[in-house]
Design a binder for this molecule. Structure first.
Ligand SMILES: [Zn+2]
Length: 148
């Protein structure tokens, strides 16, 4: 298949796939072009962490989330999908993304004394860990309990 034809086919899939479908679909059944579109829009990490300027640790699993939950009539169309880290996905309970709280992985790291190491690691590999929201920064300071 020519790449132009593949693009047209992907576009057709993107327009229609999952629209009005409110049953849970395993990630393995979501077409690649749908995943790619979500990543193109949100980046390839957790949408909530990225909004807060945080970088989840590499071992924190990413999960596919429905902005409008399936149980409340949300569907599987790409416009209703986003990736969240497991902590954010479990803690979100259908709150809007800008109201989600600090993820559980951050509290785990802080308890383990590993938060500072994590932030240094992010710096080391050139990732931006700085919280974009002053409230989040204050919460982080309280978590770490020391100046970085
Ligand atoms: Zn997250």
């Amino acid at each position: 298949m020519s790449s132009a034809r593949r693009l047209r086919r992907d576009d057709a899939v993107l327009q229609e796939w999952g629209r009005g479908v409110t049953r849970r679909v395993p990630l393995s059944e979501v077409p690649k072009c749908v995943i790619n579109k979500v990543v193109e829009r949100d980046g390839d990490g957790c949408a909530a962490c990225s909004l807060m300027g945080l970088t989840p640790p590499a071992d924190e699993p990413l999960e596919l989330d429905h902005k409008q939950p399936l149980a409340r009539g949300g569907d599987n169309h790409w416009t209703n999908l986003q990736f969240l880290c497991r902590s954010h996905n479990r803690g979100r309970s259908a709150r809007p993304l800008d109201l989600v709280s600090l993820p559980a992985w951050l509290r785990r790291l802080a308890r383990a004394g590993a938060l500072v190491d994590h932030i240094r690691w992010c710096w080391h590999v050139g990732l931006d860990w700085e919280p974009t929201d002053p409230d989040v920064e204050a919460q982080l300071d309280a978590l770490v309990g020391e100046e970085l």
